[in-house]
Design a protein around this ligand. Structure first.
Ligand code: M6R
Length: 612
């Protein structure tokens, strides 16, 4: 939540900052702002709304500067407004701060500053930090870096910040605790950002600050130290990202592009990890901790949102194929309970962004209690993979649309591979069974290509259903987590209320909602629960509900019952969720499009949820 960008060097900062904000807008889009260093003052422009509104507001005003910081906001403290937008300035106007995170003790600091005569215009915790830095700087006669360092010793909470001071025009101070920040190293120039996407076109050399570290970029030099003043020797990494991955490539929205990328992203998530001929799976990232997986008496999965749904699918994989019990936990609940963890528990934290605050806190709690933690993440170098003992990346490539699509199927791919590795190592699956599943998995990208061809049909269905006020999604077995995911996709981008539910549970309550205005989406592929699903469908039909059924190709029986059908290639139960995800994603996309919603940036949401 919130994106920060900074630049210091020989180029014009403004275009770099604005492009960077556009790349980071997925992290929040309640307001945007920049602070540009002038000779001995700071020029600050900020505006409620998206980056485009900031650009319009700035128009042809002066933006000439080689040093600047910028911010795109997901509001926490204070409503979205010009005044609450970042950068936040200190009372003298000499210090400007952009901040991603929450300073938890800001109220007590604010109170102390008010007693000293400071006043506050915004409701933000960041303005408090700007004034704290100013106060320390004045009272201790220190440089900006020392003032920031002392201020951060007082501040409790999460932050990634970039700070400018008008009296040190060739300096940017960056610091991190909990929220991510990357520093790109160019030729006598430095780029700062919440993730690497604003940096990649200028340099592939980056450093990731660790928690409680700060970077002092001053007169062309970079020094990294802890906030306790220990000098660090930062590890310079090479970025593997490609610039094309960050652009829409001819698609009207990132979400649609990402839906269409799934054959590729699933292949990339399997590449080098499966050997069909020998019926083997190899996951390099967990090799050192394989014994922990093999000896686990149970697996606990920690995740949020769509990643939680991938975890729920994994429960079905692991319990059916590897015969290990799996508990899937909402990270936000787990971290505030007193969960019981045993030595031989294995915890898997799943996260696309690798930055979700609840998931990070939950896995740290599990670690403290002695568990071994694996990560299944998409963003290389993000906080969760750095906090886990071992893990496997998903290789879905950058996912920019706020609604998660390709990350979901890539997560399921990696989780299934982990499960197959375990099942074969434990002898639960024979070589022949492994060969069969792996070769079917290998064919999934092709089946997804076919499922994507339902796009035109889905557009027509969307046109008929776009004005519905509610939706129900029903599935059984592997179809149940998918029902939850289908409902989440629809509600987050179209703002239609949608509920996912196990089809067998419908009669215990949700059926009361069914009437002639209620669309009910069934995952009704040919599989173990097929007959039971048909019975549930009949129950909905008897109450005049509108039935939309996702069916296996050639199924004529459901066609006679349902109002609309979407045919997908037939697969085994285990692999069905990969293919059946596609119509869900496309249906949500087209309904949202017809309702005029902002698909890639749905209201109130952000891609990376770095607050509790
Ligand atoms: O980055 P993460 O996978 O940890 O994010 C978890 C959720 O915030 C995320 O899946 C969210 O639910 C998506 N907007 C769903 O489309």
């Amino acid at each position: 939540m919130c994106g920060i960008v900074g630049y210091i060097g020989k180029r014009e900062a403004w275009p770099i900052l604005i492009k960077g904000l556009e790349r980071l807008e997925y992290r929040g889009y309640d307001s945007a702002g920049v602070a540009l260093m002038q000779k001995d003052s700071l020029l600050v422009y900020k505006k409620k709304g998206k980056v485009s509104e900031l650009k319009n507001f700035v128009g042809d005003k002066n933006v000439i500067s080689g040093v600047g910081i910028a911010h795109t906001r997901w509001a926490t403290h204070g409503e979205p407004s010009d005044v609450n937008a970042h950068p936040q300035k200190s009372n003298s106007g000499e210090i400007a701060v952009v901040h991603n995170g929450i300073i938890e003790n800001y109220l007590s600091i604010k109170k102390a500053l008010i007693e000293k005569g400071y006043h506050f215009e915004s409701a933000t915790d960041t303005e408090v930090l700007a004034n704290l830095i100013e106060d320390i700087k004045k009272n201790t006669h220190s440089n900006l870096d020392e003032a920031v360092r002392f201020a951060l010793q007082e501040a409790v909470g999460a932050y990634a910040i970039a700070v400018l001071s008008a009296d040190e025009p060739n300096t940017i101070i960056v610091a991190k605790n909990g929220s991510p920040v990357v520093i790109g190293i160019g030729d006598q120039e430095y780029f700062i950002a919440s993730d690497a996407t604003p940096i990649i076109e200028y340099t592939d050399k980056v450093i990731y600050l660790d928690d409680l570290e700060m970077a002092i970029i001053k007169d062309g030099n970079l020094t990294v130290k802890t906030i306790k003043n220990e000098i660090k020797n930062p590890y310079i990494q090479k970025l593997e990202m490609k610039i094309e991955e960050l652009e829409k490539g001819g698609f009207p929205h990132f979400m649609l592009k990402e839906i269409y990328e799934q054959p590729r992203s699933i292949r990339d998530s399997m590449r080098g990890r499966i050997n069909i001929q020998d019926g083997l799976v190899k996951l390099g990232g967990i090799e050192k901790y394989e014994d922990k997986l093999l000896n686990a008496k149970r697996i606990i999965i920690l995740a949020c949102g769509t990643s939680w749904h991938a975890g729920l699918e994994a429960k079905y994989f692991f319990e059916e194929l590897a015969k290990v019990p799996v508990y899937v936990e909402h990270a936000s609940e787990f971290r505030y309970r007193s969960p019981v963890i045993y030595d031989n528990d294995l915890v898997i934290a799943i996260s696309q962004s690798g930055e979700t605050a609840d998931t990070l806190a939950a896995l740290n709690l599990a670690k403290e209690k002695g568990a071994t933690v694996f990560g299944v993440c998409n963003v290389v170098g993000s906080s969760i993979p750095r906090a886990t003992h071992a893990g496997s990346y998903t290789h879905a490539g950058p996912e920019i649309g706020v609604a998660s699509t390709k990350a979901f199927t890539a997560q399921m791919t990696v989780l299934l591979l982990m499960c197959l590795f375990l099942a074969s190592s434990k002898g639960e699956l024979s070589k022949k069974q492994m060969q069969d599943i792996l070769s079917e998995l290998d064919g999934i990208p092709e089946k997804i290509e076919k499922a994507l061809k339902t796009n035109e049909e889905i557009k027509k269905i969307a046109l008929k259903l776009k004005d519905a006020e509610n939706f129900i999604y029903l599935g059984r077995g592997y179809g149940f987590p998918l029902a939850l995911e289908g409902a989440l996709k629809l509600k987050e981008i179209s703002y239609i209320h949608a509920e996912g539910c196990p089809a067998g549970e419908m009669k215990h309550g949700p059926i009361a909602l069914v009437d002639e205005n209620m669309p009910v989406v069934f995952i009704a592929n040919k599989g173990n629960s097929y007959e039971k699903l048909i019975s549930n469908m009949m129950e909905v039909k008897a109450r005049k509900g509108i039935i939309i059924a996702i069916i296996s190709e050639g199924d004529t029986h459901v066609k006679e019952i349902a109002d609309f059908v979407i045919e997908i290639p037939e697969t085994s139960d285990v692999l069905m969720p990969f293919v059946a995800s596609i119509p869900f994603q496309l249906l949500a996309y087209h309904i949202a499009l017809l309702r005029g919603c902002d698909i890639d940036k749905p209201r109130n949401l952000a891609k990376s949820v770095t607050v509790e």
